[in-house]
Design a binder for this molecule. Sequence first.
Ligand code: SF4
Length: 602
Amino acid sequence: MSRLAGPVRVGGGTAPSRVLFGPHETNLARGRALADRHVAYYRRRAEGGAGVIVTETASVHPSDWPYERAPLAASCGPGWTSIVDACRPHGTLVIASLGHAGGQGSSAYHQSALWAPSRVPDPVSRELPMEMEGPEVAAVVDGFRAAAALAVGSGVDGVEIDAGQYSLLRQFCSGLTNRRTDAYGDRGRLLREVLAVVREAIGDRILGLRLACDEGAPWGGITPETAPVPGGIDYLVPVRGSAFADARPDLRTEPGFNLDLCRTVSGRTLTVCQGSVVDPALAERALEFAGLVEMTRAQIADPDLVRHLRAGTAPRPCVLCNQNCRVRDPRNPIVSCIGEPGSGHETEDLVAGAGGGEVLVVGGGPAGLEAARVLALRGFDVELTERADRLGGMVRVAARLAGRDRLARLVDWLEAEVRRLGVRISTGVETRAGDGRPVIVATGSRPGPRDYAVEGGRVLDVVAVLDGATLPDGPVVVHDPLGDWTGAGVAELLAAARPVAIVSPDPVIATQVRDIAGVNARLQRAGVTLVKRSRLRVVRRDHVVVEDVLTGERRELPCGVVIHCGHRLPDAALSGTTVGDAVAPRTIHEAVLDGRRAAVAL
Ligand code: SF4
């Protein structure tokens, strides 16, 4: 059996597997309390075999309110008890994460100055915090003590102290943020004091520590050599990151980016390896030096990860897109996943009984595949037709963009599942009408209208280009009115072979992409000309005309072909239940969710 799926001792407890579900922001709280949604979310991972669940970090003091629905420890007692009651029948250890974000928090909610060791503004928010005096430091220490006592009094198996990337304790430990000349100029002192009072409060319950061991800033920050790894703890989660090093990179960064750091600091206590570990094979390798592996996104993508390991079946993959599981977003969403839209929505999960009879699903993109998968699971006799030669739809197209190839794993998994479940599949087939069977129409999208004049030049749709259309000679102009991955991705891809310019109406390229700085840096490194704050107006044989959106000033750019990356429109000519892009072209998440809803409703 997989070693990962086997039990392990953690402090005085035994976890049923070596897979840890780490603390992460969920936005599932009601007010500042852990809520029914948390209970259902964690119960689902415990059912699926998680060995240890570390609950969302709770602020130990009201001076910390880093995001709107951030739990406050003083309000979490009943929630911790309910989570323990939900998870204990499965043997899962429940650990309460306790922290304070300090100068990396937000003053928007408590409307007071941020607390920090020194007056050093956070490079991300750029807000200048106040320097904590003795009473504030004492209040934080006492906050950790009281929160730990409340947590164990509520039944949890232990607590995990957050001295990770976004924490006041890291700020005290780091030369980047601690410039004090008093006793706390001894940078490890506050962490030692907190661990001492917490140990006293929790007795022999499990004490874990999440510790920033590499800030990516060797000129003054914590390095693996200087990381203040203490004694007296039951496990250590070494993490990388600060404002200078991305702690949660996306699919451009190889999974397991943190393994070397974990290996370096392992050996002193039970080590939990983390850092984009989403593949079971990689996790098994990490057990050469780690006792457990944190696989948080892997269990957001598939709550049954450990069950799959035990059964020898393939879990739904996490493709590291960070698209729906990061909740610090202007839309303030709750945690979810592009491939498993039920994640975060366990209290409202779709329930469907067994079904029967024949169903035709037209279209083999993510919406059609998910519909076919769920229908087959329910017992329907499902036929799936796809006009292209291969299943996967727009996901396969998106996976051809620079650095996005990992996306294809999701449709690979869906395809394998529908085949395993016996769905009859035909590709290269244009289906024009149903034949009396219920029909789910998942026929995707087509190019949308162009809002510029074409006076003799050549324009190609981006999907055709990614599908392998031959480009005419000459420079490429990428028309990118959306600012998502598509325009920037195709520009980066083509820049290896020819001059490329990307035209955007925005002041920076790719405004809708989370990693906006990374995207712009890569485009510049690739030599792409960034034509910002501009609209494409006219396409001619050897040039285009662009117009400044503010001044109206026009200028010409040399051009052999324009690649159109504008909005797409639904392509649904059949009658039936329409899903995914055939309703309105959106993201993979909405496509999968639409497909699932339609399959459940039948
Ligand atoms: S949204 Fe993307 S990164 Fe997040 S769990 Fe799902 S597949 Fe993984």
